[in-house]
Design a protein around this ligand. Structure first.
Ligand SMILES: *Cc1c(COP(=O)(O)O)cnc(C)c1O
Length: 389
């Protein structure tokens, strides 16, 4: 029987042709395709600046640095996210903490954030940055979080790794209307892919420039940025701070540029498949992904939760039943602070009760544009068998 993964890229002949044409051109890296891809993503998401990098993890790192995160600072993120949303703060020497989730959207809970901020005001541990995650592709309550940022003086990074093509109140995720920086991932499981790749968007020219410098060793070729005038025309660049080599290549950008043309099609297909899952599973004691009326989700993930009459053991049994039949359901995510590394930093179980309750019940079902109707029916039938046996 054919294996059904939880996620998979969709590669067309046009994508292949776009990549091979770069192989035949003059530049494999630092050519014309990366800036073109940046401009196209920025205009798609309605942001002013875009900085392409080799992963969303790198984008999160340079976004934190560009916003001034350093030792002694606090960075908060959602308890239910990929580890990279938290690791980026540690790379900068900052301290990380986790905000509990909303039990309906699985996004950061504005209520918990409000409570945590009130406590932090008293202890003097207010965050410098809050990294919100548009979990599964569904936008967070950006207005609510933005108004808290005004009150408590923190900056906002949107980890939109799941949410290219999503909209909040009708406007595209990535426009940075409510945030300082928005980050996209182009890993193969995400909405569009460049193999490895990511991008940081911002409307602030200084933040954009800092991120460009950090992406490329902290090197500038602009005379106006040089601390000393170059003594001659041969010495035409200077390193003015400590940066990294986080650049995207033209090969990767060509794939992304080609994929971007189909982003709305991909999201539409994901949403149709999600709707089919909804139709079936709402008839069972299962919790389908609740959608906030303000949000148009990109449906990076379809997460089904077991009703309260199921135990964790049953969830594990369902996993096994499906894996045995080559349907590779997944789990997104174990609360980050329960990872052994974060446990070693001193985080205790019980830190975010809603996140832990979610974690005990969630299953990510296969969802990707090329999942055929026949395959989806096989997934549905097998899940129905699994929960009835
Ligand atoms: C995938 C993902 C990342 C990291 O993306 P990479 O491009 O693989 O570095 C970060 N945050 C979230 C929420 C993700 O899903």
């Amino acid at each position: 029987m054919k294996k059904i993964p939880y996620a998979k890229q969709t590669i067309s002949q046009d994508d292949i042709d776009a990549v091979t044409s770069v192989l035949k051109a003059d530049f494999l890296t630092q050519g014309p395709v990366v800036p073109e891809f940046e401009q196209r993503v920025a205009s798609y998401a309605n942001a002013v600046h875009a900085v392409a990098v080799n992963s969303a993890t790198s984008a999160l790192h340079i976004a934190c640095l560009a916003l001034g995160v350093g030792p002694g600072d606090q960075v908060w993120t959602s308890a239910i996210t990929f580890v990279a949303s938290a690791n980026c703060a540690l790379y900068c020497g900052a301290t990380v903490d986790f905000v509990d989730i909303d039990p309906k959207t699985y996004n950061v809970s504005v209520e918990h954030l409000t409570e945590k901020l009130a406590i932090a005001t008293k202890t003097g541990k207010l965050p410098k940055i809050v990294i919100v995650v548009h979990f599964a592709g569904q936008p967070c309550d950006l207005e609510g979080i933005h108004s808290l940022s005004k009150k408590y003086g923190f900056k906002i990074i949107e980890d939109a790794s799941h949410a290219l093509g999503a909209r909040y109140k009708g406007l595209p995720i990535g426009d940075c209307r409510y945030s300082d920086v928005t980050v996209f991932s182009f890993h193969p499981v995400k909405i569009i892919t460049t193999a490895e790749g990511g991008m940081a968007l911002t409307n602030n020219p200084n933040t954009a420039r800092r991120m460009q410098l950090l992406r490329s060793h902290g090197i500038t070729a602009l005379q106006t940025e040089m601390s000393v005038r170059p003594p001659n025309e041969i010495w035409n660049y200077q390193q003015i701070e400590l940066g990294f080599n986080y650049r995207m290549t033209d090969l990767h950008a060509a794939l992304g540029l080609s994929q971007l043309q189909r982003v709305d099609e991909f999201v539409e297909k994901r949403r149709q498949l999600a709707e089919r899952y909804d139709q079936v599973f709402t008839k069972h004691p299962l919790i389908t992904p609740w959608q906030h009326p303000d949000s148009y989700s990109a449906f990076h993930l379809y997460v089904l939760c077991m009703g309260s009459n199921y135990l964790t053991r049953s969830r594990a049994a369902i996993f096994k039943y499906l894996h045995d039949r080559e349907i590779y359901v997944n789990l997104h995510y174990i609360p980050v602070y329960l990872q052994p590394f974060y446990q070693s930093l001193g985080f205790l179980a019980g830190h975010c009760p809603e996140a832990e309750a979610y974690f005990a019940r969630a299953i990510t079902l296969p969802l990707y544009p090329n999942l055929s109707d026949v395959e989806q029916e096989r997934v549905i039938e097998t899940i129905c068998e699994a929960i009835e046996t």
